[in-house]
Design a binder for this molecule. Structure first.
Ligand code: 3PG
Length: 220
């Protein structure tokens, strides 16, 4: 088995137990552990912390060391990001797109990786490297559900995690697609709620969306 196959398979195993991955921006490292504990206690244990704040790596380290959360690092755009995210304790990496250098670095480090692909060629290039689990970003502006349905015909072996414009009102439509393994987004733990330390609202969001997923709560 090649490393690329292995990092993609491990990624599939990670997202399969998730279905919804909260995408999180942490501005204050002190918020990292209470936030992760809130998410786990309410029912979501696979999360992505984006490297878009100065404290993101420190936040990943705190969560990895002090909670049972499976924490990934998002918005990886350089090999340096990959190395630092892994070193901080991230269990997987996510990129909005991909470059050969990023894919090679994740393969060399045997680091589970979810690179983004939107065009058929981007998807085919990743599949050629053995990566069959892809982020689809930005999902809504890129064509959303009709696009993913169309791509299923010629590329049935690929699976996706759509993010970007996914929210409470449309995530079930995405999850109902055969080629969608999970969805991700910021609607579960919005940055404002994190900064306000409004754990109650975040906990409510998790429980509400899991109830929608499980068919216990209907919103449409
Ligand atoms: C991402 O990194 O995938 C997006 O920033 C998430 O997009 P959203 O804010 O529309 O959920």
């Amino acid at each position: 088995m090649s490393y690329s196959h292995s990092i993609s398979t491990r990624m599939i195993n990670l997202v399969d137990k998730a279905s919804i991955i909260p995408i999180i921006e942490i501005e204050d490292t002190r918020h990292a552990v209470p936030l992760a504990e809130t998410l786990i206690n309410a029912g979501m244990s696979v999360i992505e912390v984006v490297l878009r704040t100065a404290n993101a790596l420190e936040a990943i380290r705190e969560i990895a060391q002090n909670t049972t959360c499976t924490v990934g690092a998002g918005s990886l755009v350089s090999v340096d990001d990959v190395i630092k995210a892994r070193e901080a304790g991230a269990s997987f990496g996510v990129s909005p797109g991909s470059t050969p250098a990023l894919v090679d670095a994740c393969m060399d480090l045997d680091f589970p990786y979810l690179p983004g692909g939107v065009t058929a060629s981007e998807m085919m290039n990743l599949a050629e490297k053995g990566i069959t689990m892809l982020k689809f970003f930005p999902a809504e502006p890129s064509g959303g559900i009709p696009y993913l349905k169309s791509i299923m015909g010629p590329l049935p072996h690929l699976r996706f995690c759509p993010t970007g414009g996914v929210n409470e009102s449309n995530f079930m439509d995405y999850l109902s697609l055969e080629n969608v393994a999970c969805v991700g987004g910021s609607w579960i733990a919005p940055t404002k709620s994190i900064n306000d330390q409004d754990w109650e609202t975040i906990s409510y969001n998790v429980e509400r969306n899991l109830s929608i997923r499980d068919g216990v709560l209907k919103i449409n």
